[in-house]
Design a protein around this ligand. Sequence first.
Ligand code: ASP
Length: 440
Amino acid sequence: MADRIVCKFGGSSVAEASQFQKVKAIIQADKRRRVVVVSAPGKRNPKETKLTDLLYTTYDLASKGLDFSAPWKMIADRYLGIAKDLNLATKIGEDLNALEAKLKGQDSSVTLDFLVSRGEFLCARLMAEYLDAVFVDSYPMISFDERYRITPKSYETISDKLSNENLLYVVPGFYGEGPHKEVKTFSRGGSDITGAVLANGINALTYENWTDVSGMLMADPRIVASPKPIDYVSYREIRELSYSGASVLHDESIAPCRAKNIQINIRNTNSPTDKGTIIGPTPKTTARPITGIAGRKGFSMIYIEKGMMNKEIGFGRRVLGILENEGLSYELSPSGIDSMSIVVDSKALDAVQDIVLEDILLQMHPDRVKVFPGISLIATVGHGMTNKVGIAATLFSALANESINIRIIDQGSSQINIMVGVDETCMEDAINAIYKAFVK
Ligand code: ASP
């Protein structure tokens, strides 16, 4: 069972008939590609709306008893158009009509998640017909527990349902069975997770994630001009990078593959000979000092100062307890001897800022407490930094040379990430400066 490849095709890879043809060529090019996961059709051009978003709009209108014919027509036309262009003798038109009738009748079986999941469901049906493959629904194959975690039983069911190595399977991404037998979707972009879960379930050799870029780049190309591609990134590095804003893959899709050391290969449907980026276990050695740089805006820093803070047992725990009471999670917390800073998401803080500050004043009696908004966090990530002298010096001098003031410094003991916080307005300059310092 160890040499099958799971291939997930994202929205742009299934946006129209010509993309379906590319998918077929990719599947036929390697016989190990035996499990195909699809998203709902994405945009054919930047102005278009994703099918999933049209489904959300349709639901919103239909549930209020309003006319939903405009978005619905776009949805139906999309599927029917693909079927026609591929000459498929499909019954999808009947499915669409039945669904439309239920929506008009405000049938309670059509919940939001159910309707939105039809984006992937119908796409997978068409793909299965086109590839002459076996359609296997992800409902109820993948199931969630009460806390919306994937149940262990899912993996057994997957291994069972997709057991025939000679067959080609097509599975819709993005949803599964909720704890009350309802259709339940993942968070947005969740078809990536479906692919990863299937790869784990069948013990796949590789999980290929086909999209419209040839893998990851060392920095955001909207910030750094022509950044170098990343050939290999470890599971740990990608966690740090994607947290900090480099998004190619849903971050929850790493764990199911990591659990079985299954490599993830990001590939480009429109340029299938490009090797893309491999995400895999930590390499034993690496020549590059850094793997990538990513930055994210929208953070605030709560700064607390109090004399002899270091002697006050439980100070940090109590402050974090105040945040916990308000349901506020924190990103990092660099501290000094008599001061403590807590970096939080600005939007999340906004809702509870007054009460958090009041509680800190009343319970902690600080000398000073202040919120600094408008912070961006920049992560410079790479196993190559481990135990290497001078990396931090290079990074900080690069920022100093550009007169960028560093508000926060954090190097986790993992040593694969140096995080700096700078004013949001300097983020782009800072990333460019770091990139230039490390990439020759
Ligand atoms: N179609 C869903 C979305 O747009 C899921 C996916 O594409 O992964 O979020």
